[in-house]
Design a protein around this ligand. Structure first.
Ligand code: SF4
Ligand code: SF4
Length: 213
């Protein structure tokens, strides 16, 4: 899921300067799961905004803010409250914020920072395992991603700094390439070690730019 976090209260106050009436929107999917923009956070923000002298004209938690059609449909159902507002304050990832802004002419203020595609380690703890590079080599690396887990993103590791299986960049961490080697060995495979991997075609990430399929 997309991991996000709320902007600081100071940042929010600066962003909302001059806007006294707000309509709050949360997201029922990732932003709820990572406790950045679900029902609870929308309620807490509403309370805080009241204390800061702002009026909340209404609020809504959309099932999936990144679903463009559903977001537009849900906003339509709250048109009169939204009409009263100076702006929408949206607690969703960047994709959700843009769904909502495409469905209204009102000013939209994003209240979250989108951080990464995260695996859930346990409740409230997330870890990036995939950087969405667009050219996956997991089938050759025993399902350990060097692009994300190697501090240098090397495709032909390990580097000369690896020491006793630990990473040069942080000796507390295992070297990703050591882990790949050990897991391939257990599987009796050479995998990626049987060839020299060509430089990565970063154009596949589509960044900067955007994907549409
Ligand atoms: S190789 Fe690329 S697509 Fe595959 S897990 Fe790593 S970052 Fe993600
Ligand atoms: S020690 Fe391993 S994980 Fe660390 S930078 Fe070198 S190859 Fe990458």
């Amino acid at each position: 899921m997309i991991i996000s976090e709320q902007k600081t209260k100071q940042e929010l106050l600066e962003l909302l300067d001059g806007m006294d009436r707000l309509f709050l929107v949360g997201c029922g999917a990732c932003a709820t799961a990572c406790k950045a923009g679900g029902e609870d956070e929308v309620f807490q923000l509403q309370e805080w905004l009241g204390g800061e002298g702002k009026q909340v004209c209404g609020s809504l938690v959309i099932e999936e803010a990144c679903h463009i059609m559903r977001a537009a449909r849900d906003l339509r159902q709250h048109r009169s409250a939204i009409d009263e507002a100076d702006a929408l304050l949206v607690l969703a990832c960047g994709a959700g914020i843009q769904s909502l802004s495409s469905a209204t002419d009102k000013r939209v203020v994003g209240g979250l920072n989108s951080l990464f595609l995260g695996n859930v380690r346990r409740f409230g703890q997330y870890e990036e395992k995939c950087s969405l590079c667009g050219e996956c080599i997991l089938n050759e690396t025993a399902s350990i991603c060097p692009v994300t887990n190697c501090a240098k993103g090397l495709l032909n590791g390990p580097c000369g700094g690896m020491e006793e299986g630990k990473c040069e960049a942080n000796r507390e961490l295992d070297c990703a390439w050591h882990l790949i080697f050990e897991r391939l060995k257990k599987q009796n495979r050479k995998g990626v070690f049987s060839r020299i991997v060509a430089p990565k075609n970063w154009s596949k990430t589509g960044k900067p730019g955007r994907h549409k399929v």
